[in-house]
Design a binder for this molecule. Sequence first.
Ligand SMILES: [Zn+2]
Length: 67
Amino acid sequence: MPSDRAKDNKALVATCVACGKSVSTESAVALAGVEEGRRKQFVACVACANNGWRPPGFTGVYAPRPT
Ligand SMILES: [Zn+2]
């Protein structure tokens, strides 16, 4: 049976963890953070990332992208 994940990939949409909006994967970025002691990728829309949103435990560098 088709998994929900495969369906999401086909639709190319992601949910921004910062604002909760559904955005296309082209206007989302995955930022590495830490949740409950584990490293995890947090998907945020470019608008939130450009506004300075970072996941907990973020240690990388984010270069703002044009929206
Ligand atoms: Zn957002």
